[in-house]
Design a binder for this molecule. Structure first.
Ligand code: NAP
Length: 322
């Protein structure tokens, strides 16, 4: 396919405004085309700010937004509980889909979303941008080539501060709070790095707390996992406190420590068995969107597809008591 891919956006909020749409501008072979907002004014402002190319770029109705025959693909960056229905609507309209994480808020909805994209033969990519962090890509090469020996344990801690006005904390639009915001990224990293040599996740246990704000979802969580090989992983997330963000991968003949690599920026320090790992930071958002657009243009597979999104939601489901 040689034509420019026209990309529309659902959910012109923080991540779209600060990362996704600015990054899309650096991806060859595509243009930002149109936007769906609940507010005509917000949509028009966002379209103008980011130079959407459609002659009528701002929409408030999903069906009208998707009925545009010029539109090829959509980025979905709305609250988590909206994702599955929007993926299905986009697929049924014949549009390729890039959806922010998590793909859905329960496994049954995730299965339906993946099936809708398969039935419509459209691409489905999921926004686990940390797989496109240049340092993490080097880490993955080392881990997957066996240079740490047999893997025994992986630890990810990612905490930050959020307010209970966050939609993630609500029953209406979120199912998980710290786990939906950052835990799902940690689960994806653990799956990506561990499963090839450790096999599938066989057991998941989770402790959550909500003792500060008392809302329906996790304020802090500790997730423990065991893989088929017997290796273990632990994920610590919280919206209550800041802490150094760390990834540790511990094998029988080496170890990798990442400090400050979790986030939007694509930087941070990485050491491999005590020696610094050199890499050139790049935008992980540009990387994931370039991968998606290339897949749409060439028919190649996306790096993080709906099956990865579904597997992640299955783990999230197993952390939940609600
Ligand atoms: N990969 C990453 O690094 C990363 C980082 C942050 C977020 N995310 C994901 O991106 C998605 C959006 O997160 P965000 O932080 O950008 O959220 P946000 O700032 O609240 O933006 C979400 C947008 O969705 C629209 N929306 C539609 N229905 C809504 C509702 N009922 N409540 C609130 N907003 C609604 C809103 O735009 P209108 O009001 O104009 O319709 C809102 O601006 C989430 O799935 C999140 O998990 C990913």
């Amino acid at each position: 396919m040689s034509k420019l891919i026209r990309v529309g956006l659902i959910g012109p909020g923080t991540i779209a405004d600060q990362q996704l749409i600015p990054s899309l501008a650096s991806v060859p072979g595509c243009v930002f085309w149109s936007v769906l907002s609940r507010s005509a004014e917000r949509g028009a402002f966002f379209a103008l700010k980011h130079q959407a190319m459609s002659p009528s770029p701002a929409h408030t109705d999903l069906a009208a937004f998707l009925s545009d025959p010029e539109l090829d693909a959509v980025i979905i960056a709305s609250p988590d509980k909206a994702h599955a229905a929007q993926i299905i609507a986009a697929a049924q309209a014949g549009k390729h889909v890039f959806v922010e994480k998590p793909i859905a808020t329960n496994a049954a909805d995730a299965v339906k979303a993946v099936a809708a994209c398969a039935a419509a033969s459209v691409k489905l990519a999921v926004g686990y941008h940390l797989r496109f962090h240049a340092g993490h890509l080097e880490v993955a090469k080392l881990v997957h080539s066996g240079s740490l020996g047999k893997l025994h344990h992986m630890h990810v801690r990612w905490t930050f501060r959020a307010e209970p006005s966050d939609w993630r904390a609500s029953e209406e639009m979120g199912r998980w709070w710290s786990l939906g915001a950052v835990g799902t990224h940690a689960i994806d990293l653990v799956r990506w790095l561990m499963i090839p040599s450790c096999g599938e996740i066989e057991d998941v246990r989770c402790i959550t707390t909500n003792s500060v704000y008392g809302g329906p979802h996790d304020e802090s969580a500790v997730v423990a996992m065991r893989f088929a090989s017997g290796a273990t992983a632990q994920i610590v997330t919280s919206v209550l406190y800041r802490s150094p963000r760390v990834i540790e991968i511990l094998g029988e003949s080496g170890d990798i420590h990442c400090r400050g690599t979790l986030g939007a920026h694509g930087s941070g320090q990485i050491s491999v068995s005590g020696k610094p790992l050199e890499y050139t930071p790049t935008s992980p958002y540009a990387g994931e969107l370039e991968n998606f657009i290339t897949a749409v243009r060439t028919g190649a597979a996306v790096a993080v597809d709906g099956e990865h999104g579904l597997a992640n939601v299955i783990v999230l489901d197993r952390t939940s008591t609600n």
